[in-house]
Design a protein around this ligand. Structure first.
Ligand code: SF4
Ligand code: SF4
Length: 480
């Protein structure tokens, strides 16, 4: 090893211990908007499972329901069967592109105002503040030795958190069951073990994520935080510290001149109110969820100093660069909403939306699927005729039962025998409403020259229902 190798630098630390964030309460326009968003999100979350939607006697009347037992997903007038899972995929892609679109326009507005993690963390922080006091009081309490007062405050906080978590987990399962029935079971202690396990798991995850992990979810766990920079451009709205106006920063005494210095008085209010504990004056960071609370904090400081608001503000990079030197910006930012990136996203959204709407509007309500028996493929009867067996699966997505006659096409000498669910021979079949039904079918015909004949099974409606058909084959030889 070379003698001049310098090993005096300390080893690089790959693990940084978390510094607990003690968020200070703040008042202001963005804080008010966040409270409104929180109330709206919680109201929707807790009340949506109780909205009723009459679908008739053959389907549940819960407007939003993922019925695992019945293998259906319901969203108001839309009903999705397991075979139509591509609708869910399309809806998820639509939601993702919508998120990209909104992010390209307004930055991380979803993260700052509507994300579940943000909403529940805000709620948990509010509980903490009510029980343990604001930032300074909480810091003192944590630093103080254990006492009855400290124990009581901690126990009340965690009990309240667990209560909120239980309500969160309890509400989530309402989306998978009939909400009023489940609520009744919950109150009367008749819940099944599976539902109970789900509630407890969701309670635990809410308590851990909103009570303990908090900003670490946004900084380290959320994949969206990692790739959102790909959606940003110079016209995306971001929370910005106007360094040109704020620097050089420094303490300021009342009556002192503002000449030759910046407007930032280094009070760190913007850092203290930040739920992720960052200093926005260091520039845009991965941990910034664009909640705007630092704007509220700084605006109130500027008000007290009798300086114009907007040292920290929502702004675009383009506007910031175009700002004349020494200018003080107090107006809302000029936004360039129409630009290539937003146009691409809008086109994708429109196309995707049109495809989903078209497919839903032209949705086939009755489907017939025919599966040929694999073993044996055919049997030769004592009179020399050949017989093939089939399974007919009818999916009736309609909310009315339908009656059908089954017709065989493509085999003029063929004879079709149908068996109902009770193994009895039938001439008509009934497809129950909003359900799938299976029937056995046999086709019998004299042995033909060709080993295989293409045939079609047709469902001929007897009550004005939609028709359906499915192609299959009649095999009469050539297969060992
Ligand atoms: S709140 Fe405003 S004045 Fe205070 S440190 Fe932050 S940027 Fe500077
Ligand atoms: S820096 Fe400001 S906008 Fe970003 S997370 Fe902190 S308080 Fe919210």
């Amino acid at each position: 090893m070379s003698d001049d190798y310098d090993n005096s630098d300390p080893p690089v630390q790959l693990f940084a211990k978390r510094k607990k964030v003690y968020q200070r309460a703040v008042e202001g326009i963005y804080r008010r908007r966040k409270w409104i968003a929180l109330r709206v999100c919680l109201l929707i979350y807790y009340l949506a499972p109780f909205i009723r939607w009459d679908r008739g006697p053959h389907a549940p009347d819960q407007a939003i329901l993922i019925d695992m037992e019945g293998r259906r997903a319901y969203w108001f007038f839309i009903e999705i069967w397991p075979q139509e899972v591509y609708y869910l995929t399309a809806i998820l892609i639509f939601a993702a592109v919508m998120l990209f679109f909104v992010t390209a326009l307004f930055g991380r507005v979803w993260c700052g105002y509507f994300c579940f993690q943000t909403v529940w963390t805000d709620l948990f922080m509010w509980v903490e503040k009510v029980v343990q006091g604001d930032r300074a009081e909480r810091m003192r309490l944590d630093a103080a030795p254990w006492s009855l007062n400290k124990l009581a405050r901690k126990v009340i906080t965690h009990t309240a958190w667990i209560g909120v978590s239980l309500l969160t987990g309890g509400a989530f399962v309402l989306y998978f069951n009939d909400a009023p029935t489940l609520l009744h079971q919950l109150v009367t202690g008749q819940l099944g073990s599976t539902v109970t396990i789900f509630i407890l798991a969701l309670t635990a995850s809410t308590y851990l994520m909103a009570g303990h992990a908090r900003e670490q979810v946004c900084t380290y766990m959320c994949p969206y935080a990692r790739f959102q920079s790909g959606m940003f451009d110079t016209d995306t709205l971001i929370v910005t510290y106007d360094a040109q106006r704020g620097e050089p920063r420094g303490k300021h005494k009342k009556g002192e001149s503002w000449d030759n210095r910046g407007h930032c008085i280094d009070c760190t209010q913007c850092v203290q109110v930040c739920p992720t504990g960052i200093d926005i004056r260091n520039g845009l960071q991965l941990s910034c969820i664009a909640c705007g609370l630092c704007i509220d904090a700084c605006d109130s400081v500027m008000d007290k100093l009798d300086l114009p608001r907007g040292l920290i503000r929502y702004e675009t990079d383009r506007n910031l660069r175009a700002q004349p030197k020494g200018a003080i910006v107090t107006k809302a930012p000029k936004l360039r909403l129409v630009r290539p990136r937003t146009v691409y996203y809008a086109i994708v959204l429109l196309l995707l939306g049109a495809v989903v709407i078209y497919n839903l509007a032209t949705r086939v309500m009755v489907e017939l699927h025919v599966v040929h028996d694999r073993n044996p493929l055919f049997v030769t009867l004592s009179d020399g005729q050949v017989r093939n067996g089939y399974e007919l699966n009818i999916l009736n997505k309609d909310l009315q039962p339908h009656r059908y006659r089954v017709e065989l096409v493509g085999l003029p000498d063929g004879q079709l025998l149908l068996r109902g669910t009770g193994e009895d021979e039938v001439t008509e079949i009934e497809a129950p409403a909003n359900d799938s039904s299976r029937f056995r079918a046999f086709v019998q015909a004299p042995k033909a020259k060709a080993n295989q004949t293409d045939i079609t099974f047709k469902l001929i409606p007897l009550d004005g229902a939609p028709a359906a058909q499915h192609d299959s084959v009649f095999i009469s030889g050539g297969v060992r």
